[in-house]
Design a protein around this ligand. Structure first.
Ligand code: ATP
Ligand code: ATP
Ligand code: MG
Ligand code: MG
Ligand code: MG
Ligand code: MG
Length: 256
């Protein structure tokens, strides 16, 4: 391509930040003003199962093979890229903008299928950041941090909405939960509402983990002999993340 006299505006002013090599890259996106968005679209409180399913369908592992794990709760998702990914030469702005725009587009595209009777009243949008974690311990601790956050928020919200649905104002509910421990909250649910927190859906309590699981299948080769083949299956689970095996990254296979 012939360079014009204006080409200096790129050469001298545009700088790419490349994320450091040999680090796990996490892209975390979070819905902007989803407190309002969830009210406007009459999400069930504290948890609208369909809205969570919609987020799950946006998890992008099919689109981006270098994402080895995704974890989501509420209006947020974290996408873990494999340590050695060369996706867009690890350029931060490319990775971030592609992830967040693709996620948002799929969210809008799939809305009607999940909410056939609900009009999308305003465009959902998400913020995004990228963080690098240098080893397995820190990436595990990152995911544990998000899952603990999911638990704390969900336990609080479960109590809050039970109190509100039983007639308290939002302010009163907030006041009666101020300073309560996790144990206090479980007791409140048991005593006032005969509810066992552990009976709530695992999806609400544990969030959603999306990953590829290897399925072994026996198929016949060209000579009719049986042979084992493995293929990755996209899996969604609502479980404790602690213990997930990243050590053997799944084959980078495009599942789309
Ligand atoms: P910000 O723009 O700063 O992220 P926010 O309003 O999105 O603000 P968050 O802290 O991200 O605030 O919280 C997400 C909000 O969206 C919570 O109020 C939560 O109740 C609501 N929300 C998200 N997903 C669901 C869902 N599946 N069911 C019910 N409410 C949801
Ligand atoms: P990359 O992912 O690297 O950006 P690209 O295919 O998007 O690849 P661009 O250099 O961005 O390539 O070029 C955009 C392409 O989209 C061009 O091929 C152009 O013909 C096509 N395109 C975009 N807008 C229009 C339009 N309004 N009408 C017809 N073609 C369009
Ligand atoms: Mg935010
Ligand atoms: Mg938000
Ligand atoms: Mg959030
Ligand atoms: Mg283009």
């Amino acid at each position: 391509m012939v360079n014009s006299e204006y080409e200096y505006v790129k050469r001298e002013f545009e700088f790419d930040r490349r994320l450091p090599p040999s680090n796990w890259i996490v892209v975390r996106i979070d819905g902007c003003h989803f407190h309002r968005f969830s009210k406007m679209h009459a999400f069930e409180k504290p948890n609208d199962e369909n809205a969570l399913r919609l987020m799950e369908t946006c998890a992008m592992l099919k689109k981006f093979p270098d994402i080895v794990f995704a974890y989501g709760a509420s209006d947020e998702y974290s996408f873990v890229f494999r340590e050695e990914t060369e996706f867009y030469n690890r350029r931060e702005s490319k990775i971030l903008s592609l992830c967040v725009s693709y996620f948002t587009s799929v969210y809008v595209m799939k809305w009607k299928k999940i909410f056939p009777n609900k009009e999308l009243k305003e465009p959902p949008y998400f913020d995004a950041r990228a963080v690098c974690y240098p080893n397995l311990k820190t990436i595990r601790d990152y995911l544990a941090w998000r899952q603990v956050d999911c638990h704390i928020n969900n336990q609080y919200n479960t109590c809050f909405w039970m109190l509100v649905k039983s007639g308290k104002s939002e302010q009163e509910a907030q006041l009666s939960l101020k300073g309560t421990s996790s144990k206090d909250k479980n007791e409140l649910l048991a005593q006032q509402f005969q509810m066992n927190y552990d009976d709530e859906l695992a999806m609400f309590r544990k969030g959603s983990s999306v990953y590829r699981e290897k399925e072994e299948k026996v198929v016949k080769n060209d000579y009719g002999d049986p042979m084992k083949r493995t293929r990755p299956i996209l899996t969604v689970a609502h479980v404790d993340i602690i213990g997930f095996s990243f050590d053997k990254p799944n084959d980078a296979v495009d599942l789309s």
